[in-house]
Design a protein around this ligand. Structure first.
Ligand code: G3P
Ligand code: MG
Length: 245
């Protein structure tokens, strides 16, 4: 069996503020072999890692990410909302995450957050950066915006892409084929063994999200998922090491 990628969702987001360098570094200590993160564009065109299009939930700022330059955003506290111990955390740049993983085997799932805000040039910027770090082989670009994923594949055939979706697709692997995507990033309840088998036959893989219960992790391992996206990489690492013993 190929080893299943243990993707830490927004880093180790159960024990650290999501999408911070602390969360990414901790996830590697906890056994993650992949990191999922969310990317948005600042007003001055920088790739910043934050889940929401707006600042108020996970920083002490307010308003839209797209309406601020990086210099202003870097002054924000991106950790205190989670716990005062993380008050020094800043919004990371994608390049900082790529630097962190550069000398490891970690796979990075870069989710383009471009459904609500149609960030012009986001795809090109992400691809240029990934290529500049020579990391194309260790990246999966995902998005709920499948036009954007198709564009990524046209711009960079060597970088894997994954369609994000919730549920209800008929023969999802056929849809993935039409988008020229390599992977299916489905809400975990939508992942049935027969779908995984259909995907495998079409040369596609499943990376379900966000899987936090051990029983569901086990079900998806048995179903043949190629990777699992979780807030608890430690739980998944323990299960995976038990299953290869
Ligand atoms: O990439 C999986 C998952 O992160 C998609 O949803 O809202 O957590 O970015 P969300
Ligand atoms: Mg995400």
């Amino acid at each position: 069996m190929d080893s299943i990628i243990n993707f830490a969702h927004r880093g180790a987001s159960a024990v650290c503020p999501e999408n911070t360098m602390a969360a990414f570094a901790r996830s590697l200590e906890l056994g993650a072999t992949g990191i999922e993160t969310d990317v948005q564009l600042t007003r001055d065109g920088r790739l910043v890692l934050i889940h929401d299009e707006t600042l108020s939930r996970t920083t002490n700022g307010s308003g839209w990410v797209k309406d601020h330059d990086l210099e202003e955003l870097r002054k924000l506290d991106a950790g205190s909302w989670f716990h005062p111990d993380f008050a020094e955390e800043r919004l990371p740049l994608l390049e900082e995450l790529l630097e962190l993983v550069q000398d490891t085997g970690t796979v990075v799932n870069i989710e383009l957050k471009n459904t609500k805000v149609p960030y012009a040039g986001l795809e090109e910027k992400v691809i240029d950066l990934v290529r500049s770090y020579n990391l194309s082989g260790r990246i999966v670009i995902s998005s709920f915006n499948h036009y954007s994923l198709r564009l990524c594949k046209q711009l960079a055939p060597e970088i894997r892409t994954g369609i994000l979706y919730m549920e209800g697709l008929y023969e999802p692997w056929e849809y993935a084929r039409s988008v020229e995507a390599d992977a299916l990033h489905a809400y975990h309840f939508a992942v049935l063994p027969e779908f995984v088998a259909g995907a495998k036959a079409a040369g596609k893989v499943y990376h379900p999200w966000t899987v936090n219960e051990e029983e569901e992790m086990r079900r998806l391992i048995d179903a043949g998922a190629a990777g699992i996206i979780t807030d608890y990489p430690d739980k998944l690492a323990a299960l995976l090491s038990a299953s290869v013993r």
